[in-house]
Design a protein around this ligand. Structure first.
Ligand SMILES: Cc1cc2nc3c(=O)[nH]c(=O)nc-3n(C[C@H](O)[C@H](O)[C@H](O)COP(=O)(O)OP(=O)(O)OC[C@H]3O[C@@H](n4cnc5c(N)ncnc54)[C@H](O)[C@@H]3O)c2cc1C
Ligand SMILES: NC(=O)c1ccc[n+]([C@@H]2O[C@H](COP(=O)([O-])OP(=O)(O)OC[C@H]3O[C@@H](n4cnc5c(N)ncnc54)[C@H](O)[C@@H]3O)[C@@H](O)[C@H]2O)c1
Length: 479
C-alpha cells in the first residue's frame, strides 16, 4: 500500500470539483489530486447540461426560422435531421472522451487519479488500494444521481434516466416521462421536436416547473401541448410492466413495450423516462468515518466547510451540498471554497465577501431551455412573501419593438418582484424565446441591490428585447 500526500484532495471531477482544485492551488506550489470514477468534467459535460442544450438548440432555431417570412419559404420540408443533431451533440460531449479535460487539469497542476474515492478518517482518502493524505483540505464534489421512485416494476423495467435521454441514439416513438420539473420539461421539448409520435408527461402535482412563477409552468405547458405533448396532472404511475427488458446500452431503447398503470387507465409506450429529481452521491463515501451521516446532502456553511466535521479541513461544493444544484452555482461555490482553502493554507484572513457564498441560496439565476425559455433569478412572489418581504410587482407581456423584430410569433411575459422597503429587486422571471440572454441584467440588479431609481438610468438599447425593462420600470412609476 502506498501513502501519498497532497495539499488538497478533491473527490469528484465535475465542474465544481475541477474549479475547487484549480482555485485552491492557483498561483502557489500547492499540490492537488482530483479523484474521478467516471469522466473528468462530470455529469454536466457528458450527460446533463451540454448534451441537453445541444439537442434543444436546433429545435429553437428551426422554430424561429419557421416563424420568419423570407426564411421559412427556403426551409426543406420535414423537421430536424436527427442524425445531424445527434452528431453535433456527440461532438459537444467529446464522444465521452475526457482527455482534453484531463489535459486542462494537468496544465493547472492538478493530478487526476482514476477511481472511486472515499473518506477514511480525518484528512485521509482511500482510492483503490491507495491511502492519500491531505495536508490542508479534502473537498467533496461528488454530485448527484437520478432518483428512481419506488414504484412497483419501475426499476425492473430498466427505465431511461436523463443519461439516456440526453445521449439518445434511438428515438422512442411513444415515450412516457415521469416528472414535471426541469428535466421532464426540457426532455419533452426535444422528444417532440425530434419527431416522437406521442410524448406523455405524468405529473403528480398540478403544474409544471413548480418552483418557478406559476405563469412560467402555464406557458410551457400550453406550448408543449401545442406541439402534441400530452400532460396528465395529478397522475403518478401505480405500477410499471415491461416483459421484455434488454440491456441495449445508453440511449438505446431498453427492450419491448412498457405498460404504465395509472390506476383508472393504462398507457403503453416504447420507453419510460424517469425525471423525478436527484439524490446526493454520498453512499460509500466514508462520511461516517468523520462523524457525518451518509445518504443525505452534505451540509456546509457559507465558506463551504462541512458542518459537523472538526478542524476546518473538509469542504463540499456543487450538487452534493444541495444548496443550489446548477452548474454555474456549483462553480461559484468552488471558487469560494478554493479561495478559502488557499487563505487558510497561507494563514491569510478571509473576512472579505469573496470568501463567503452569499448568492447561491436566494440569488441564483437559472435558465430552463424549454420553448419558450424560462429565465429567473432570486425569489418568486410566493417565496418572497414567505421570506417576509413586503413586495411590489411589475408584470407584463414582452411586447416591444425588439421582440417584434426578433420573430413574428414572439410571445413572452416578464415579472419583477421588488422589496418595497429597499426599492430593490429580489426576483425576476422572463418567459419567451431566447430570454435566457435577458437574465444577467436582472442578476446584476438583484445581487448589486440596485434601487429602481438607479435602474431608471440603465437605458435599454432600441430595438432590443431588453426594452421590456423600460416598460416594467414605467409600470412601477406610481408605486
Ligand atoms: C439533464 C440535466 C440537464 C441539466 N442542465 C443544466 C443546465 O443547463 N444548466 C445548469 O446550470 N445545470 C444543469 N443541470 C444540473 C447540473 O448538471 C449539475 O448542477 C452539475 O453537474 C453539478 O456539478 P457537480 O460538479 O456538483 O457534480 P457532477 O457534475 O455530478 O460531477 C460529480 C462527479 O463526481 C464523480 N464521483 C461521484 N462520486 C465519486 C467518488 N466516490 N469518487 C470519485 N468520483 C466520484 C462523478 O463520477 C462525477 O463525475 C442539469 C442536470 C441534468 C440532470
Ligand atoms: N436548465 C437547467 O438549469 C437545468 C436543466 C435540467 C436539470 N437541472 C437541474 O437538475 C436537477 C434535477 O432536475 P429534475 O427535473 O430531475 O428535478 P426537479 O426537482 O426539478 O423535478 C422533479 C419532478 O419529479 C416529480 N417527482 C418526484 N418524485 C416523484 C414520484 N415519486 N412520482 C412522480 N413524480 C415525482 C416532482 O414532483 C417534480 O415534478 C434540478 O435541480 C434542476 O434545476 C437544471
Amino acid at each position: 500500500m502506498t501513502h501519498d500526500t497532497y495539499d488538497v484532495i478533491v473527490i469528484g471531477g465535475g465542474p465544481a470539483g475541477e474549479n475547487a482544485a484549480a482555485y485552491a492551488i492557483a498561483g502557489s506550489d500547492r499540490t492537488a489530486a482530483l479523484i474521478e470514477r467516471e469522466l473528468v468534467g462530470g455529469e454536466c459535460s457528458y450527460w446533463a447540461c451540454m448534451p441537453s442544450k445541444a439537442l434543444l438548440r436546433p429545435a429553437h432555431l428551426l422554430s424561429a426560422a419557421r416563424a420568419m417570412p423570407g426564411v421559412s419559404e427556403g426551409l426543406a420540408p420535414g423537421g430536424l435531421k436527427r442524425d445531424a443533431v445527434y452528431a453535433r451533440r456527440d461532438a459537444f460531449v467529446s464522444k465521452h472522451d475526457d482527455s482534453s479535460q484531463v489535459q486542462w487539469a494537468n496544465n493547472n497542476g492538478i493530478e487526476v487519479i482514476r477511481g472511486s474515492g472515499r473518506l477514511a478518517g480525518e484528512r485521509l482518502v482511500r482510492v483503490g488500494d491507495r491511502t492519500l493524505q491531505a495536508r490542508h483540505a479534502v473537498v467533496l464534489a461528488t454530485g448527484t444521481a437520478a432518483s428512481i421512485p419506488d414504484i412497483p416494476g419501475l426499476r425492473a423495467a430498466f427505465p431511461w434516466t436523463s443519461r439516456d435521454a440526453t445521449n439518445m441514439h434511438e428515438l422512442p416513438k411513444r415515450v412516457v416521462i415521469v416528472g414535471g420539473g426541469v428535466v421532464a420539461c426540457e426532455c419533452a421539448t426535444w422528444f417532440a421536436a425530434l419527431g416522437a409520435d406521442k410524448v406523455t408527461l405524468l405529473v403528480r402535482g398540478q403544474s409544471l416547473l413548480p418552483k418557478a412563477e406559476p405563469f412560467a409552468g402555464e406557458r410551457v405547458a400550453s406550448s408543449l401541448r401545442s406541439h402534441g405533448v400530452e400532460i396528465l396532472f395529478g397522475t403518478s404511475p401505480q405500477s410499471v410492466d415491461r416483459p421484455a427488458v434488454r440491456d441495449t446500452g445508453e440511449g438505446k431503447i431498453h427492450g419491448g413495450p412498457v405498460t404504465v398503470d395509472l390506476g383508472n387507465s393504462a398507457l403503453e409506450a416504447d420507453e419510460i423516462v424517469v425525471a423525478a429529481g436527484r439524490a446526493p452521491s454520498t453512499n460509500g463515501l466514508g462520511l461516517a468515518t468523520v462523524g457525518i451521516e451518509e445518504g443525505r446532502y452534505v451540509e456546509v456553511d457559507d465558506h463551504m466547510t462541512v458542518r459537523g466535521a472538526k478542524g476546518n479541513w473538509l469542504y463540499a461544493v456543487g450538487d452534493v451540498n444541495g444548496r443550489s444544484p446548477l452548474t454555474h452555482m456549483g462553480k461559484y461555490q468552488a471558487r469560494v471554497c478554493g479561495d478559502v482553502i488557499a487563505a487558510r493554507a497561507e494563514g491569510h484572513p478571509f473576512e472579505d465577501p469573496k470568501y463567503r457564498a452569499t448568492a447561491d441560496l436566494h440569488q441564483a439565476p437559472q435558465v430552463v431551455f424549454t420553448a419558450p425559455e424560462v429565465a429567473s433569478i432570486g425569489l418568486t412572489e410566493k417565496a418572497a412573501a414567505s421570506e417576509g418581504y413586503d413586495v411590489a410587482i411589475a408584470e407584463l407581456d414582452i411586447a416591444v419593438a425588439g421582440s417584434a423584430l426578433s420573430r413574428d410569433d414572439f410571445d413572452g411575459h416578464a415579472k419583477l418582484v421588488i422589496d418595497k422597503k429597499t426599492r430593490c429587486l429580489v426576483g425576476a422571471t422572463f418567459v419567451g424565446p431566447d430570454v435566457g440572454e435577458l437574465i444577467h441584467a436582472a442578476t446584476i440588479a438583484v445581487v448589486g441591490a440596485v434601487p429602481l431609481e438607479t435602474l431608471w438610468h440603465a437605458v435599454p438599447s432600441f430595438p432590443t428585447v431588453s426594452e421590456v425593462w423600460l416598460r416594467l420600470l414605467e409600470s412601477l412609476r406610481d408605486q
